[in-house]
Design a protein around this ligand. Structure first.
Ligand SMILES: Cc1cc2nc3c(=O)[nH]c(=O)nc-3n(C[C@H](O)[C@H](O)[C@H](O)COP(=O)(O)O)c2cc1C
Length: 141
């Protein structure tokens, strides 16, 4: 089964709190280990940016689950492509908190210093995630 990468952006719903992040990561990691999905989730400025790598079936099924999740809305797919290899193979779901999404990285990959994945192309979102991965390698599991 060949590999695909899916990147999407979304916005948190009202009432979202730190406990929600914990719960999302816990279920994401539990399910992704079983389905062999790997990836990274960035959270900053009320937005999510997530990359899912894995088999087409596993990634599509996971995305369907995510689309129906009431903890966020305005889910928009930024990138979907077949890939020759995974880019986040060490992480069932690596987490990048707000503090890691720096103004200089935002400026490098978007038109402003503020994190807003809705204003980024799929390619820039992908490159930002790779830069974030490089900046935190060794700091998360
Ligand atoms: C921003 C965000 C990212 C998520 N990432 C994943 C993920 O990578 N894998 C996953 O299985 N569920 C993820 N979820 C959770 C799913 O939406 C869903 O809650 C989970 O699959 C459990 O489904 P269940 O409640 O029917 O058991 C995410 C949810 C949100 C809001």
């Amino acid at each position: 089964m060949f590999l695909v990468r899916l990147i999407y952006a979304s916005k948190i719903t009202d009432g979202f709190g730190p406990k929600d992040i914990e719960n999302i990561l816990q279920s994401a990691r539990t399910y992704n280990v079983k389905t062999h999905v790997t990836g990274m989730l960035c959270f900053s400025n009320k937005y999510f940016l997530q990359c899912l790598d894995g088999s087409r079936t596993a990634v599509n099924n996971t995305y369907q689950q995510i689309l129906n999740d009431k903890r966020h809305h305005n889910v928009i797919m930024l990138n979907y492509t077949q890939i020759p290899e995974r880019e986040f193979e060490k992480w069932s779901m690596g987490y990048v908190p707000q503090s890691r999404v720096t103004e200089s990285l935002n400026l490098k990959f978007s038109g402003s210093v503020d994190f807003n994945p809705f204003k980024m192309s799929g390619e820039s979102a992908h490159l930002l995630m790779l830069a974030l991965k490089d900046s935190i390698t060794g700091a998360i599991s």
